[in-house]
Design a protein around this ligand. Structure first.
Ligand SMILES: [Mg+2]
Length: 327
């Protein structure tokens, strides 16, 4: 921790890791970091917000690279700490969904491969947007999906992964939906019951929800759901299946670098899957900063082969769990 790195020593990357956000990958990630002491220095966090503080401290000290080991929540905290600095973000994906890693083409299922990406040193620049001042790199939501995050337990998220959001959405559909209005600076307006904003194209896992999105075009892709109820869930599923939620009559699709959401009541808001509060007005705007991320030039093609590999490895899992317990 905080030791002087002599000029003669090779540089070691500080790795910020939340040992309490223990997805199945948690123990494996910790052992991976500890098994590369020549390249990685583990900085475990002890409380919410510490990942952000650590990242900000490393950035202030002029650390060239800070690695976030975790899921989208840890990542969002580290990004918060790096905003406005020159420090580059490295990612060791260790969460349930790893949406941002997938978006950037960082291997989400192989820590060894993800470390190779960091060491290759290729930097991609990504737009950074904020919702009521909270920065995010991947996506944000106003209304039902944030409500789901408010209500979804860690346990069911872990068990069900991305599906947890849609299943939990069904649970909250009984509520009277809010009346939202999206207003763009150029005068475009859309009314609806829920709003999703994508910096990247992926949402809630490997789902390409914002099919025209690019995270380096200075614009957010905005989906406004006009109808509540089961229609919303069915449309989302149908849209994901056919690759165009925006083509449905029950949604409006906008691209804009700034917009306001006005609501008839306080509605929950999430950024990068993290609940940030309830608001009647939400201002989305591009920050003057861009995030620099170590990512492949060409996205890593995982998917099917990784899925097969993880199936083939399943008998080893009980052993891993025992090892985890002794940590
Ligand atoms: Mg964009």
């Amino acid at each position: 921790m905080g030791e002087e790195s002599g000029m003669e020593k090779p540089h070691r990357y500080p790795v910020i890791f939340n040992p309490r956000a223990r997805s199945q990958k948690g123990g494996r990630v910790m052992r991976f970091i500890e098994s590369h002491p020549d390249r990685l220095v583990l900085h475990p966090t002890n409380y919410a917000g510490e990942a952000r503080e650590l990242a900000a401290r490393f950035a202030a000290e002029g650390e060239p690279v800070v690695v976030a080991a975790g899921g989208d929540g840890t990542l969002n905290e580290v990004v918060n700490g790096l905003v406005g600095s020159k420090t580059i973000l490295g990612v060791l994906p260790a969460g349930t969904m790893n949406v941002f890693a997938r978006e950037m083409g960082i291997p989400a299922d192989s820590l060894e491969q993800a470390l190779l990406v960091i060491e290759r040193g290729f930097v991609q620049e990504v737009d950074l947007f904020g919702a009521n001042g909270s920065p995010f790199v991947q996506m944000a939501g106003v209304g039902f999906d944030a409500l789901v995050i408010e209500e979804t337990s860690w346990g069911s998220k872990k068990m069900l992964g991305p599906l947890a959001y849609l299943l939990a959405a069904v649970k909250v559909l009984g509520e009277e939906p809010p009346q939202l209005e999206v207003v763009c600076p150029d005068g475009r307006r859309e009314q609806g019951v829920a709003v999703l904003a994508g910096n990247g194209s992926l949402y809630g896992g490997p789902f390409k929800l914002f099919r025209n999105a690019s995270n380096h075009d200075s614009k957010l892709d905005v989906l406004v759901y006009k109808e509540a109820g089961y229609r919303l869930v069915l449309d989302s599923l149908r849209g994901l299946a056919f690759g165009g939620v925006d083509l449905l009559e029950s949604t409006a699709y906008l691209q804009t670098s700034e917009f306001m959401v006005h609501s008839d009541r306080e509605v929950p808001v999430q950024v990068d899957g993290e609940w940030i509060g309830r608001f009647r007005q939400v201002h989305f705007i591009e920050t003057p900063h861009r995030l620099r991320v170590l990512a492949p030039e060409e996205p890593f093609v995982g998917g099917f082969s990784d899925a097969v590999k993880s199936l083939l490895q399943w008998p080893r899992r009980p052993v891993e769990l025992q090892t985890t317990r002794t940590l």
